[in-house]
Design a protein around this ligand. Structure first.
Ligand code: ATP
Ligand code: MG
Length: 398
C-alpha cells in the first residue's frame, strides 16, 4: 500500500465509513505507478457534493457545478469530486451537463488518457480498466476510447497529450497521434487562458522542444503565424532558468526571430498574460536576439526599459550565441554605474534652485544629464552636474 498523508487517508476513511465509494484518481495514481511521490491529491467519490459537504466540517464549493468540493483538514486541502459522466460537449470545451453516476468505472471512462484513468482505494487496490499501468510501463500516451471522438469532445486534450509527453517523456500512441492531426483545428475553440496554461507547462517541462510539435500540429495557429525561417530549436530553452518569465521570453524571442510573431509583447498579451509579464517577457523577447554587448548601449536600454526586461533579455541572449551581454550587465550592476535618473547625483529639486522653472524642461534636463553620465559615469558628481545643468538652461532658453 502506498504511503498516504494522514489527511488524505482521513478523507477516504470518512467517506467509506459513510458507505460511499472513495478513491484516489488521476495524477496521484499515475504518480504512484511511476514511483513518484504525488504533489497533489484528487479524490473521486460516489457521494454527492451535498453529502460531502455534510460529512466534513470545513469545505469550499470550488467547482460545485462540476461536482467538486474542496475539503479542508487542518492546514491541508483536497479536491473531492463526485463520480460523473460528461454529457455532450456543447462548445468543445465545457460539458453541457454533468451527470453524477454511481459506478467508478463510468467516472474513469470520461477521463482523457489511460494513464489518468486509474483509481486506488485505501487498501491499495487499483482499478485500471483501460490498461493505464501497461501504457505507463510502455511510456505511451493513449486516449480512453476513440481518440478522434475524445479530441473532438474537448480540444484541451490535444494540448494535454503534448504537455504530458513533455513532462513525462512519454510518446504519443500512433492512433492517438493520427487523431490529433485530424482534429487539431478544434484548438481554435479554446480560451487563450487555457492554451497559455498548457503551453506554459510545456515550456517549463524538462522537454521544451515539444513546443515544436505544438506548432507543427497547428495548435497555436490563432496566435502564431508560420515559421518563415529556420530558428533556434526550442529544446535550448531548457538552458534558461525554469521560471515563467524566462521561458516565455525565450519562446517569444525564438518565434519573433523566425518571423512567426510580429510583436512579443502583443503575443503575450493575446495569451492573456498579465501586463507585467507581457511587458517584461515581451520586451526581453524583442531585445534578446540583438542585445548589444557594449556597456553604453546596454545602459541606454536599461534607462529606456528598466532593469527587469534587459536582465531577462541577457539571460535569453545565449540562445542567439551572445554570452557577453550578461557578463557586461553584471559588471554594470556591480560597479554601480548609473543608468537611470534616480541614480543621478542631483534631483529635479536641485534644478529649481539654479533657475529652472517647474515643467517638462526639468525632465528633459535630467534625461540629457543622464545621457552624459551613461557615456561617462565619472560625471555623476553634484557640482559637475549642476554646472552641466546650467549650460543646458542657457542653451535651452536662448
Ligand atoms: P497534474 O500533475 O498536471 O495535476 P493531473 O493528471 O492531475 O496532472 P489535472 O489537470 O489535475 O491533471 O486533472 C486531474 C484528472 O482529471 C486527470 O488525471 C484526468 O483524469 C482528468 N482530466 C483533467 N482534464 C481532463 C480533460 N480535459 N478531459 C478528460 N479528463 C480530464
Ligand atoms: Mg492534478
Amino acid at each position: 500500500m502506498p504511503n498516504l498523508p494522514s489527511h488524505v487517508k482521513y478523507i477516504l476513511e470518512i467517506l467509506e465509513q459513510a458507505g460511499h465509494g472513495a478513491y484516489l484518481v488521476g495524477g496521484p495514481v499515475r504518480d504512484f505507478v511511476m514511483g513518484i511521490t504525488p504533489k497533489d491529491w484528487d479524490i473521486a467519490t460516489s457521494a454527492t457534493p451535498e453529502v460531502v459537504q455534510t460529512l466534513f466540517p470545513r469545505t469550499i464549493p470550488t467547482g460545485i457545478r462540476h461536482g467538486t468540493v474542496t475539503v479542508l483538514v487542518a492546514g491541508d486541502s483536497v479536491e473531492v469530486t463526485t463520480f460523473r459522466q460528461d454529457g455532450a460537449y456543447l462548445d468543445h470545451r465545457r460539458p453541457e451537463q454533468v451527470a453524477y453516476v454511481t459506478r467508478l468505472e463510468d467516472d474513469l471512462a470520461r477521463r482523457d488518457f489511460t494513464m489518468n484513468a486509474m483509481a486506488l482505494d485505501l487498501r491499495g487496490k487499483r482499478t485500471d480498466p483501460f490498461g493505464g499501468q501497461k501504457d505507463i510501463i510502455a511510456k505511451c500516451i493513449r486516449t480512453v476510447g476513440d481518440p478522434a471522438a475524445r479530441f473532438a469532445e474537448d480540444a484541451l486534450r490535444l494540448f494535454r497529450a503534448l504537455r504530458f509527453s513533455a513532462q513525462l517523456g512519454f510518446a504519443i500512441d500512433a492512433d492517438t497521434r493520427a487523431a490529433m492531426t485530424e482534429t487539431w483545428g478544434r484548438a481554435r475553440t479554446l480560451s487563450a487562458e487555457r492554451v497559455r496554461d498548457e503551453v506554459e507547462k510545456v515550456l517549463l517541462s524538462p522537454r521544451p522542444g515539444v513546443m515544436e510539435d505544438v506548432l507543427a500540429l497547428g495548435l497555436l495557429s490563432s496566435y502564431v503565424g508560420p515559421l518563415a525561417k529556420d530558428t533556434v530549436p526550442f529544446v535550448q530553452l531548457s538552458a534558461l532558468s525554469a521560471t515563467s518569465i524566462s521561458r516565455w521570453a525565450g519562446a517569444a524571442a525564438i518565434l519573433a526571430e523566425a518571423g512567426a510573431i510580429a510583436d512579443p509583447v502583443v503575443f503575450l498579451q493575446t495569451l492573456r498574460h498579465s501586463n507585467t509579464t507581457s511587458t517584461i517577457a515581451g520586451t526581453a523577447g524583442t531585445l534578446a536576439s540583438a542585445l548589444p554587448t557594449d556597456p553604453i548601449a546596454l545602459k541606454r536600454l536599461l534607462s529606456r526599459y528598466g532593469s527587469a526586461p534587459v536582465s531577462v533579455a541577457a539571460q535569453v541572449a545565449p540562445l542567439f550565441g551572445n554570452q557577453a551581454s550578461s557578463y557586461v550587465l553584471e559588471q554594470i550592476f556591480s560597479s554601480g554605474e548609473p543608468y537611470c535618473v534616480e541614480q543621478l547625483a542631483i534631483t529635479g529639486g536641485d534644478l529649481l534652485t539654479i533657475g529652472f522653472t517647474p515643467g517638462p524642461n526639468i525632465g528633459a534636463a535630467l534625461s540629457a544629464l543622464l545621457e552624459q553620465v551613461i557615456v561617462e559615469s565619472s560625471l555623476n558628481q553634484r557640482e559637475e552636474l549642476l554646472a552641466l545643468a546650467k549650460e543646458f538652461l542657457q542653451e535651452n532658453t536662448r
